[in-house]
Design a binder for this molecule. Sequence first.
Ligand code: SIN
Ligand code: CO
Length: 373
Amino acid sequence: MKKLQLLGNITPAQFLRDYWHKKPLLIRQAIPGFKPLLSFAKLAELARQNYVESRLVTLRGGQWDMQHGPLTELPQRSEREWTMLVQGVNLHDQRADELLRQFRFVPDARLDDLMVSYASDGGGVGPHFDSYDVFLLQAQGKRRWRISAQQNLDLVEGLPLKILADFEAEEEFVLEPGDMLYLPPHYAHDGVAEGECMTYSIGFRSPSFQELGEAFLQFMADSIDLPGRYADPDLTLAKNPAEIPRDMLATVTEELNKVRWDEEDVTIFLGEYLSEPKHNVFFTGPAKPLTVGRFMETAAKKGLKLSSKTLMLYRGKSVFINGESFAVGRADKVVLDVLANERRIDGELLGSATDDVLEALYTWYQDGWVELG
Ligand code: SIN
Ligand code: CO
């Protein structure tokens, strides 16, 4: 595989082998000449929306404070030591989406979102650690990062945000636009703006097993099949009426042990779970959708692409899109795998799709999941 400037001229395979989940990597000029993709005004406008997740972190008189969005009012930019953080910017900005997609050497199942932060001079979110891997790309101005492999991750109690009680920096770098710092999970860090700055965080998702287990049991609730009903033709006289009969317990245990799952169930669960859009994501279809005939003609010429908001995954014959799953035949699999991997498809290849898939594509177009062109 080709070396990537984005990774400091090592291959993605080398990066994964030597750094991913293991140790930090500072990459000077990962994206040479990088310019912010959206202005302060655009970012502040996103932070005002109730469908965008945002936070405002301030440090006033040595006191940390955090407010969740929508952020209708912001401090003056000339005021020191505040940060606005906007999550999921890739969902609302095409170029932010393209930036996030440069990190697809990590599978989509692990990629989360692009968070953009704006900090006034001296601003930051304090020394902390994250539970996820992150790439911190400096987009504008300078930020001084201090990082530490320290094992002591105790937090200051009673604060609205995670602040390490004893942070002792081991390394320190000032990042300029285009520079990028990769940090593995649980690596202590503190980034302080030197003058106004913007930092882009490419974040990953790693659901907890508890979260997966709870969601899996809900999924299984829809698919279990346990015919029959409890009966006790051999009931004997109870000595203690309030005591649950031993036989009843044994029968129910035996029945519940019939709940089984295999890799196929887990595949479908995981695909639906990971492709489910976040609760604040809304799709908007075209205001004046083309008729099915015109849609097919245009798609054959211009091709189709997935909306930035669409999550599409597959495994074997199962295809997952925005929380829905279905099984496809061999010919359709070729077409849909391309759409999922490339996030777009040429008109020519669409010619080999069956009517079922074309029909589904038209519905996805009406729903705003796929777009023409
Ligand atoms: C920031 O961009 O201000 C915070 C990013 C981080 O430390 O995770
Ligand atoms: Co962090």
